[in-house]
Design a protein around this ligand. Structure first.
Ligand code: ATP
Ligand code: MG
Length: 393
């Protein structure tokens, strides 16, 4: 029954030039999201409005699902578009629309909000409100007008054609991806990092990702799991460039040279250094991790401080104060949870010591790292040069 969607978006902070950037990015993201949906859509920006107009038949539920993943959208209004065949016909069409949408027995309070974008239309908005209201009251004995807090707000927009809509399906909010630069997500196979990437992308940040792979200690399946997670996250963010770094030699070298209770922290410092180097090369302005205070030994505050010390880029840790339960809830909402809990080892679990340091002293850690001086720079360079790029989504 519907022909188009009117897209509502938040207005805050998008005055002046920002407004165009915001709207253009939103249009681009909507087009991208609707691409796999059955049907063809024309997405346009007109007079401060964004419409996604179907060109013929389309799958309504799929389209709504896709739009609900586009950050920046606050509301999705399904629209019926009518030819202008005179006011009498419009009155009849409005009544049939309401019957179809809400049933013959509808007992909602309502208000009509007519808007005349085409000024040559022979009736003024106020008059249309009153006339259409009267026809609705005639057709639905249980409906009542409430101009202050109506349960049903019927919008009637007179343009070249006539647009009717009354429902607002909530969108995800946030800002369109692409309006806030790009950052590099350290994506592991766990529950947290996909959620972290999702949350930062929701603020308009485009996401690249890096995964540290340690074959043969981590399997192809573990890598595939990360690709699958990137795919799931890309349903919200658009395509993700995933860099798979071979980390085995570096890990073995650290294992050989450094105290075993410091392995995790030193390894994490090299992950951050490598991620930052790739981020610089690819135009990212920040790093993103799934760290959360106190979750594991490498995420105590002293450990986080020791890890953070090696980067100059800002590190975004959106989950820093979240309980695991709340992270799990989001991962279920964004459909990454089932993939994250598949039991494939990740590279940190193989080299973990029985009693890792929980209060690393940065000076001690630096001294341990000096034992790597002979080969580590070369190994880091090689890891970056040989990183495999997989484009996902
Ligand atoms: P996650 O659930 O995201 O795996 P975690 O609770 O297992 O996190 P850690 O293993 O300490 O925590 O990792 C902390 C963060 O470091 C992760 O959220 C992720 O951002 C990054 N990270 C860890 N391992 C890897 C890896 N193999 N490749 C890329 N990033 C990683
Ligand atoms: Mg992990």
């Amino acid at each position: 029954m519907f022909h188009a969607f009117l897209i509502k978006y938040g207005e805050i902070g998008i005055k002046g030039k920002n407004r165009y950037l915001f709207e253009d990015a939103l249009v681009a993201q909507i087009r991208h999201a609707l691409k796999p949906v059955e049907g063809e859509f024309r997405v346009t920006k007109e007079q401060g409005r964004i419409y996604a107009q179907a060109q013929g038949d389309f799958d309504f539920d799929e389209a709504v699902d896709a739009l609900r993943r586009v950050f920046g959208i606050v509301g999705i209004c399904p629209v019926v578009i009518l030819e202008d065949q005179g006011f009498e016909k419009l009155g009849e069409d409005v009544v049939s629309y309401l019957k179809e949408q809400y049933g013959e027995d509808c007992d909602k309070t309502f208000k009509v909000h007519a808007k005349r974008a085409r000024k040559t239309y022979p009736m003024a908005s106020m008059e249309m409100n009153a006339e259409l209201g009267a026809r609705i009251l005639d057709a639905f004995p249980k409906m009542q007008v409430d101009v202050h807090k109506p349960e049903l707000m019927l919008h009637v927009e007179i343009r070249e054609k006539i647009y009717l809509y009354s429902d607002v399906i909530p969108g995800p909010g946030g800002m369109p991806v692409g309006t806030n630069g790009k950052s590099m997500l350290l994506l592991s196979g766990g529950i947290d990092s996909p959620v972290a990437g999702y949350m930062v992308a929701k603020r308009g940040v485009k996401i690249d990702a890096v995964y540290f792979h340690a074959p043969p200690y981590t399997s192809e399946r573990a890598k595939q799991k990360v690709v699958d997670l990137a795919e799931k996250v890309s349903r919200f963010t658009g395509p993700i460039y995933l860099y798979v770094v071979n980390f085995t030699d570096i890990q073995l070298y650290i294992y050989e040279k450094c105290p075993h209770d410091e392995l995790t922290i030193i390894m994490r410092r090299y992950m951050m250094r490598i991620a930052e180097r790739i981020a610089e090369k690819t135009g990212c302005l920040g790093l993103i991790t799934g760290e959360s205070i106190g979750q594991v030994a490498s995420q105590t505050v002293p450990s986080l401080a020791a890890t953070n010390e090696v980067c100059t880029m800002p590190v975004f840790r959106p989950l820093i104060a979240f309980d695991k339960e709340d992270i799990v809830t989001i991962s279920k909402q964004i459909d990454t949870y089932e993939t994250s809990i598949q039991p494939f080892e990740d590279c940190c679990t193989i080299f973990v010591a029985k009693h890792p340091v929980t209060k690393p002293n940065v000076n001690v850690i630096r001294r341990s790292e000096q034992k790597l001086a002979e080969k580590i720079d070369e190994m880091v360079d090689k890891a970056i040069e040989t990183a495999e790029l997989i484009v996902v989504g």
